[in-house]
Design a protein. Structure first.
Length: 362
């Protein structure tokens, strides 16, 4: 099987979730694809100084962007489509735009910051930012509602089975769904702990799942448990992170779920928002509002790195510049010297922008 991207890397101390779209200006889509396909050059350039911190970046491509950058007749991942908005009787999950997801993880916030900065410098004015959230590990992997998040995540081979496509033309790939939720902590805090535990389906202090005879059928745990008719339980791999800004009062959870079959994630969201049966929805939504919703396909490493080479040219547009090697070389030099990298859009084609890295005209 082709080598997957670092989907199975696990929860870190820090993460950045960056969703961008090409602006539509000449060469913008090509530049975005080139930076996305060569992002591991930037990961190595930024991460070599603190290799123990485990800096990684997973890249996902949205359905519309995928169709635009693949050659006519090229195979298409099964299940790749834009996020399907979910409308419940009480709460909705919106669908929001996004061409490419950069999911940056490390055990140091300075590394996630620096890699995101370098990615944005390489992209320049070729993109608009649809969403940018910096997440952090909150105590013992709790969300800001006070409950441990991700307890039932599969591990080892089970994690690979849940998240990685095992065979076929897209073996080694994955699907990923992201949503930004904001919490009304005042309303949540006004609930008795026992009520909170029934909504979640676990005890708050020691993180034990409620017994079957007292587990509410509309708890978060119950509605996110997917069991097939033959008794097989279907899993996804979550890497949710807390985020917040006390100065503005925004507090939330960035939901991110990797799956070999995106339909499993969609069934969970249907259960949460519509209910199972309809009307028996997830009451965590009474205090948690979904602001975004976007789906992406995560190609294997080999496929990701070949995408820019295989992309069709856009009719009527000039050939794009080639930021991949130039950005990687410039970033490596900047990282080694401690100087900021010049934005890729300032470098002429074929230039490594060495002069500009020294503060001199290139």
């Amino acid at each position: 099987m082709p080598e997957p991207q670092p989907v199975l890397g696990g929860l870190t101390e820090s993460a950045v979730f960056l969703v961008v779209s090409a602006t539509g200006s000449p060469g913008s889509r090509e530049r975005l694809l080139d930076v996305a396909s060569s992002v591991n050059d930037l990961v190595r350039a930024v991460g070599f100084r603190q290799s123990a911190a485990g800096l990684t970046c997973v890249v996902g491509l949205g359905a519309t962007f995928w169709d635009a950058v693949r050659p006519p007749g090229a195979p298409r991942p099964e299940g790749l489509h834009t996020f399907r908005a979910v409308q419940g009787a009480v709460h909705d999950a919106p669908s929001t735009p996004g061409d490419v997801l950069f999911h940056v993880r490390a055990d140091r916030a300075d590394l996630t910051f620096e890699l995101t900065r370098q990615v944005m410098a390489a992209l320049g004015d070729a993109v608009r930012v649809d969403d940018h959230v910096t997440g952090f590990r909150y105590f013992d992997s709790r969300d800001l509602l006070g409950f441990v998040d991700g307890t039932e995540n599969p591990t080892g081979r089970a994690a690979a089975g849940a998240a990685i496509i095992p065979d076929g033309p897209f073996a080694g790939g994955s699907h990923v769904v992201v949503q930004k939720y904001v919490h009304d902590l005042a309303a949540w805090g006004a609930l008795p702990v026992e009520a909170q535990e029934r909504i979640i389906g676990r005890t708050k202090l020691d993180d034990v799942e409620l017994a079957d005879d007292v587990q509410p059928p509309d708890s978060h745990v119950s509605l996110n448990t997917i069991v097939e008719d033959d008794g097989t339980e279907r899993d996804v791999l979550r890497d949710n992170m807390a985020f917040g800004d006390p100065s503005t009062g925004e507090f939330g959870t960035y939901y991110i779920a990797y799956a070999a079959d995106v339909g499993v994630v969609e069934r969970m969201l249907d259960n949460m928002f519509v209910g199972n049966p309809p009307g028996r929805y997830d009451h965590i939504l009474d205090v948690s509002t979904a602001l975004t919703g976007t789906s992406f396909f995560v190609p294997s490493l080999d496929l990701l790195e070949s995408l820019a080479d295989d992309a069709p040219e856009t009719p009527g547009e000039p050939a794009p510049t080639e930021p991949g090697p130039a950005v990687a070389t410039a970033t490596a030099t900047a990282t080694a010297t401690g100087q900021p990298a010049a934005p890729a859009t300032t470098a002429p084609v074929g230039s490594l922008a060495i002069g500009s890295l020294k503060g001199e005209p290139s």
